[in-house]
Structure formats: structure tokens, C-alpha cells
Design a protein around this ligand. Structure first.
Ligand code: GAR
Length: 215
């Protein structure tokens, strides 16, 4: 029987560069969340904050698809949701500079890409150096990029999972902070496997933010 519990995190999993970025003590970490679709990861972060499990405040949600369900979830939690539609921008850098400006306007200290389905450019990374994390539905460095769950099924691996990592220019390649393993079952479709991966995402993403917020 494969144990699908996530690796128990410790501060040693978080690089000192990340949690030493600010002196303020016991102040809630001011988060900006970026999402493109459903927003279930946004929801678990908001829930964990409400339950006092994370010392943070969500300053703003940025979403790039007008029909993203994440926007309605933000409204439910009283979080301002800003639509920045990448289709209205000439190129990726212009779009990212709009995203960075918006995050800065909302006084964001730390950025969470929670289902953000856009490649990011140096413009955004430079605005939040070592202050952006992403959740990805695979055990990195395997299955980077789009359709990570489908890639795992096609590769016939027996174990996959999810990773929280720092955002760097090369897609899904920054320092890994926390991972959780998920077995691939013989009858899995991408939907059933993704659903089980999401159960673990909903544990490790709040866990990572909680560790970061303790600084
Ligand atoms: C999550 O499974 C996340 O890992 C994935 O999108 C989903 C968003 O779910 N992200 C990527 O694939 C990024 N490369 P959600 O909208 O329900 O939070």
C-alpha cells in the first residue's frame, strides 16, 4: 500500500532567502493570488486563513479569464478580484507589467500562483524576487508545463503528485519547497487522478504558505 501522505514539512525545506525577506514580526503576510480557472486552491487558502491556520491576508485575486470561477469565490470571501485579460495586451511582458503594478497597488508582499495558466516573464519575477510560489500537479522535475496529469498517465508512472515551488523564468523549475505523492491507479483517467492530486494540493499549498508566513 502506497502512503500518499505528504512529506512532513520543516523549515529546512524553506530556503532562508525566502523567509528572511522582511523584518516585521507577527504581521499577517500580505498575499496576492493569481488564478485562471476554478480557484479551489484559492478557496483552501482563504479557508485556512479564516481558521487561523495561516497568518496572512489576501489583498487581491488577479484572474485572467473572464469566466474564471475563482472570481466568484473571491467575492464570497470578501476579497477584491481584478480581471486582467491577457488577450487585451500586446505581449507577455506588457501583460506581466500590468500584473506586477496591480499587485504592488494592493501592497502585496508575496504572490501565490494558484492555477495560473500563463507563462511568466522576468518582468514579474523581478517585481517579486523570491516572493512568488506556484502549485503544479506533478512531482517536479517530472511533467513540467501544460497537461501534467495527462503526461503522467501517458508515461505510465505509478506515482505522481504535486509540488509547491518558487517561480523562476524557466517553467516549473524553481526551488521545490514541498511535495506530496499520489499513486496512479490502473483505471485512472486524467479527471480521477487530478481529483486525487488536488486533495494533496489543498494540503501542501496552505502548508507552504503557513511556513512562509511564520518567517
Ligand atoms: C491545479 O491542479 C494546479 O496544480 C494546476 O491547475 C490547477 C488549478 O486548480 N496548475 C497548473 O497546471 C500550472 N502549471 P484550481 O483552479 O482548482 O485551484
Amino acid at each position: 500500500m502506497i502512503d500518499d501522505a505528504p512529506i512532513k514539512p520543516s523549515f529546512s525545506l524553506i530556503s532562508p532567502d525566502i523567509y528572511n525577506y522582511q523584518d516585521s514580526k507577527n504581521q499577517p503576510l500580505k498575499l496576492g493570488i493569481m488564478a485562471s480557472g476554478n480557484g479551489s486552491n484559492f478557496e483552501v487558502i482563504a479557508q485556512a486563513i479564516a481558521e487561523g491556520k495561516i497568518n496572512a491576508k489576501i489583498q487581491v485575486l488577479i484572474y485572467n479569464n473572464p469566466d474564471a470561477k475563482a472570481a466568484a469565490r473571491a467575492e464570497k470571501w470578501g476579497v477584491e478580484a481584478i480581471l486582467l485579460n491577457h488577450r487585451d495586451c500586446k505581449n507577455r511582458k506588457k501583460f506581466d507589467s500590468k500584473v506586477a503594478q496591480t499587485l504592488q497597488q494592493y501592497d502585496v508582499e508575496f504572490v501565490i500562483m494558484a492555477g495560473w495558466m500563463r507563462l511568466v516573464t522576468q518582468v514579474l519575477i523581478d517585481a517579486f524576487p523570491n516572493r512568488m510560489i506556484n502549485i503544479h500537479p506533478s512531482l517536479l522535475p517530472s511533467f513540467k508545463g501544460v497537461q501534467a496529469v495527462e503526461q503522467a498517465i501517458a508515461a505510465k508512472v505509478k506515482i505522481t503528485g504535486c509540488s509547491v515551488h518558487l517561480v523562476s523564468l524557466e517553467v516549473d523549475s524553481g526551488e521545490i519547497l514541498i511535495q506530496a505523492a499520489v499513486p496512479v491507479l490502473p483505471d485512472d483517467t486524467s479527471e480521477t487522478l487530478h481529483a486525487r492530486i488536488q486533495v494533496q494540493e489543498h494540503r501542501i499549498l496552505p502548508m507552504a504558505i503557513s511556513l512562509l508566513s511564520q518567517r
